[in-house]
Design a protein around this ligand. Structure first.
Ligand code: TZP
Ligand code: MG
Length: 206
């Protein structure tokens, strides 16, 4: 897959009154190079429309587009890939459905990371690093100790996620993360572009 540094996930609850496309376009202008549509409403017709709009936006800017949970919607809108949790469709089954599209897998422990790598995931999520209110069924924070373990033992790309803010991202980067994902810190900001630029500067300083 095309490499990435700053990963944004949609979170419409954080920007009432602003459209998702407007917020995501600002994030792209600030340096986000991969976007995931994450919508837990269960309304597939609505999610499909959002996916189409995000596909159009990301294609315009050459940004990678990932759909969370819904393989069928990802295929329908020709997303670049899908993101799956530990309780979703198993990776080997998903691979048969998506061919060579990107598959990202959320992991919370080194055994899950190694299994995802072995089964052909394109990248893994590593988190939640810190407590987060964005995800309801989230497991306990894995802390940056897990980042250090993944750096040592895993070869595929990984992205750190969960409670990552401008004020704590330096510790995550120092632990060895070169790709960062944030939801509320990016889309909940009054200055989405500025926050993304600040994340990128920190990643570049590494
Ligand atoms: N997966 C693990 S933590 C998380 C997801 C989707 C939510 C991260 O949101 P925030 O607002 O960046 O803490
Ligand atoms: Mg899922």
């Amino acid at each position: 897959m095309k490499d990435f540094r700053l990963y944004a996930i949609t979170g419409e609850q954080f920007h009432p009154g602003r459209s998702m496309i407007e917020v995501m376009e600002e994030a792209i202008k600030g340096g986000v190079d991969i976007i995931q549509l994450r919508d837990k409403s269960g309304d597939k017709a609505v999610i499909t429309e959002k996916a189409k709009a995000l596909r159009e936006l990301t294609r315009k800017y050459g940004v990678t587009f990932i759909v969370n949970d819904y393989i069928d919607i990802a295929m329908e809108v020709d997303a670049d890939g899908i993101h799956l949790g530990q309780g979703d469709v198993p990776l080997l089954e998903a691979r048969k459905m998506v061919g060579n599209k990107i598959i990202g897998i959320s992991t919370h422990a080194i055994a899950e990371a190694l299994l995802a790598e072995q089964q052909g995931a394109d990248y893994i999520g590593v988190g939640p690093i810190y407590p987060t209110a964005t995800k309801v069924d989230v497991v306990d924070p894995v802390t940056i100790a897990y980042v250090r373990e993944v750096v040592k033992e895993v070869s595929i790309p990984f992205v750190a996620i969960g409670g990552i803010k401008l004020h704590n991202v330096d510790d995550v980067i120092q632990a060895g993360a070169t790709r960062i994902c944030a939801v509320s810190e990016i889309v909940g900001s009054d200055d989405v572009k500025g926050v993304c630029e600040a994340f990128i500067r920190k990643l570049e300083r590494g």
